[in-house]
Each structure stands twice: as structure tokens, then as C-alpha cells.
Design a protein around this ligand. Structure first.
Ligand code: ADP
Length: 355
């Protein structure tokens, strides 16, 4: 609808300019019939881009001057007044188009500014939300973990060989492990939001990859996803928050899994690779999914950009914040739709200790 309206306006502006020209031609030059060209310019200003306005202003100039040569003559008006009239018409066209373009430019800038403000506000809301979630969930999670630990301790040793008790123990141990892990994710999320950093320690990249894979494996299994590892030997260590870096890999793995599911891919393989690079260590996650089309490639890391019906568009933006807070970078290796996507992280090596 908007497109039709814009095109209609353009046609109307051209028709009006030609109409004014015809009236101008059949009236004596002394009549100021070129002045209404300013209305044509006003019509073109509904478009934010100045190109059409400038083109129409040029057309109106040409028609105003052309009329001097083809019109029925000056009538009873002296020729110098005719020239002043034409000059006024050209002046009106220039002023209307210049002021209009300036106004449009100011409106565009203010729209962009409002957009940035709205985005910042949303980002702040998300940060507050993240802080609130991290704060509120910590306590019930700690309680869960404690209860499970108590249940484990209360389990009579004499029943250890009994069937139920034997089956209960690993389940309770899993509850303890998962709630402790959730707690540490929340803690590191809070630190990331608070100061952009987390707990720093020496991290072995291959161990990081294996650990992320261990957490991801249970969610990959029901979807028949094959997980492959290609790990380089003798990699330098990196320094960072292990939980945050693990979260980055889990985000990438989860995205690959979502890509398989949304495209109903038959071939479902995710390959995790590590390698030494000029910048330190590279970890890449490649999938055999549908890939990323070049049109959306630039937007992937924008906050709130998502193509999933239930997506939030936070995963890649947050992954980039984490990786950059570690002095590294993350990128989409090649947008080779339809043959899979590869996301790569590069982290600087741990600096050697000075003795
Ligand atoms: P979300 O997962 O909530 O959509 P993300 O920031 O993690 O948010 O991802 C943003 C978008 O990037 C996704 O909606 C998807 O379109 C695209 N994307 C990310 N990873 C892949 C992938 N492996 N294959 C295809 N598209 C991907």
C-alpha cells in the first residue's frame, strides 16, 4: 500500500509539473504561472530520499526557462518584469526544495536517534532482567541442590544394593550437578552484566570443547545429531571465564541444532574443531544445516535479531560480548547457504609468565 502511494505521488508530481508547463505555455509570459512549481516540490518531499526531489527541481527549472522560448510572448508586461517573475519562480523552487530536503534529513536523523535510544533502553531492560533472574533463581537453586545432597546422605547404606536406591542415586547426583551448574551460569551471567568480566582462570581449549559437548550431548541425542571432534594437539591455553566460554559454545551448538530442526535436515552433523592461529586459538562449530543466506549475514550478531518464531536474538549478541570481553573475536566463517554454517571463535593465548 505504502509503495503504491509513493509511486502515485511521483506520477502526480510529474503530471502536475507538465500541467503547470502547459498552462504556462498558453498564458502570456507576464503571468506568474511558473510559481506553482513549488507545489510540485512539496509533493516530492513525502519521500525521505532527496534524489527524486532534486530531479524534479531540475525538471521544474528546465520547464520554467523553456517557457521563455515557447510561450505566447510577454503580453502587456515589460520584459524585465517577465525575467523577474521567472527569477522568482526559480527562487521558490530552490528554497522549497532546499528547506524540504533539510527538514527530511533532520526528521531521518531524529528517527535514527530514537531507534538507537529504544534499542539501548531494551538492552538495559534485558540487563536488569538478567540481574533479577540471576538474583532470584540463585536461592531456589541452592535449596534444590542442598535437598538433593541431603537425600543422598540420608539414603541408607544398607539399601545401597537394593534396586530403587541404586537407581535413585545417579538421578539425585545429576540433580545436584545440574543445579550447581545452573548456579554457576547465573553467577557468571551476573558478573558479565555487572562488569563485562567473570572469573578468570587458565583454560585448555580442547577441554573446554569436550566439556561443552558433554553438556550438549543429551539434547542432541533425541534429534539424531552426530557430533564430531577434530582437535589440534599442543594448543596454547587461554585465560577466561570457563563457564562463559562454555556458554558461547553451547549457544553455537544449540543454533546448529535449531537450524537442523527448522529445515528438517536429514544429514545432521556438527563438527567442533580447534586449531592454532596467528591470533591464538581458534574454535569452530560447523554444521551441515541450511546455512545462512547472505542477506541476513550482517544482522546475525545484532541484539534481538532472530529468524526463529520463538527466538530472542540474544545468543549470538551475547556470545560476541563474551568473546570480545576475553580479547577475542567471533565471526561467521562462510555464509554458504544451502550447505551449512561455520562459526569461529578466536581467543588470544595465555601470556607467558615473566620470570
Ligand atoms: P536466536 O537463536 O534466539 O534466534 P541468536 O542470536 O542465537 O538468536 O541467532 C540469531 C539468528 O542467527 C538465528 O535466528 C538464525 O537465523 C541465525 N543463525 C545462527 N546460527 C545459525 C546456524 N548455525 N545456521 C543457520 N542460521 C543460524
Amino acid at each position: 500500500m505504502a509503495i503504491t502511494w509513493n509511486r502515485d505521488r511521483r506520477l502526480l508530481a510529474v503530471a502536475l509539473a507538465l500541467g503547470i508547463f502547459l498552462v504556462d505555455v498558453v498564458t502570456p509570459l507576464g503571468v506568474a504561472s511558473a510559481v506553482p512549481y513549488a507545489t510540485v516540490i512539496l509533493l516530492t518531499l513525502s519521500r525521505p530520499q532527496p534524489r527524486f526531489t532534486v530531479a524534479m527541481a531540475a525538471l521544474c527549472y528546465v520547464l520554467t526557462i523553456l517557457d521563455l522560448f515557447v510561450s505566447v510572448g510577454p503580453g502587456s508586461t515589460e520584459y524585465w518584469k517577465v525575467l523577474v517573475n521567472r527569477g522568482l519562480a526559480l527562487f521558490a523552487i530552490t528554497v522549497t526544495s532546499t528547506l524540504g530536503i533539510q527538514r527530511n534529513r533532520a526528521a531521518e536523523e531524529s528517527r535514527k536517534h530514537l531507534e538507537v535510544l529504544a534499542r539501548t533502553q531494551r538492552a538495559q531492560t534485558v540487563e536488569h532482567l538478567a540481574m533479577a533472574i540471576a538474583h532470584e533463581l540463585n536461592q531456589p537453586l541452592a535449596a534444590c541442590s542442598l535437598q538433593a545432597e541431603l537425600a543422598l546422605a540420608l539414603m541408607p547404606a544398607s539399601m545401597e544394593t537394593g534396586g530403587t536406591s541404586q537407581r535413585l542415586r545417579p538421578l539425585l547426583e545429576n540433580v545436584v550437578e545440574q543445579s550447581q551448574r545452573a548456579s554457576s551460569i547465573l553467577r557468571s551471567l551476573r558478573e558479565l552484566v555487572q562488569n563485562g568480566r567473570g572469573e578468570r582462570s587458565t583454560v585448555a581449549p580442547n577441554e573446554l570443547v569436550k566439556s561443552a559437548l558433554r553438556w550438549f550431548e543429551p539434547s542432541a541425542r533425541p534429534h539424531r545429531i552426530r557430533l564430531e571432534l577434530e582437535l589440534a594437539q599442543q594448543l596454547p591455553s587461554v585465560v577466561g571465564d570457563r563457564v562463559q566460554l562454555e556458554q558461547v559454545l553451547l549457544n553455537l551448538l544449540q543454533n546448529a541444532c535449531d537450524a537442523f530442526l527448522s529445515s528438517n535436515a536429514v544429514e545432521r552433523t556438527i563438527t567442533l574443531r580447534t586449531a592454532v592461529s596467528m591470533g591464538g586459538v581458534r574454535i569452530s562449530v560447523s554444521d551441515s544445516g541450511p546455512g545462512v543466506s547472505p542477506e541476513i549475514e550482517d544482522k546475525l550478531f545484532d541484539r534481538f535479531y532472530t529468524t526463529k518464531p520463538d527466538g530472542m536474538g540474544i545468543g549470538l549478541a551475547m556470545s560476541r560480548s563474551i568473546v570480545e570481553a576475553h580479547g577475542g573475536r567471533i565471526w561467521l566463517e562462510h555464509a554458504t547457504a544451502p550447505s551449512g554454517a561455520t562459526f569461529t571463535i578466536e581467543l588470544p593465548p595465555e601470556a607467558p609468565e615473566l620470570s
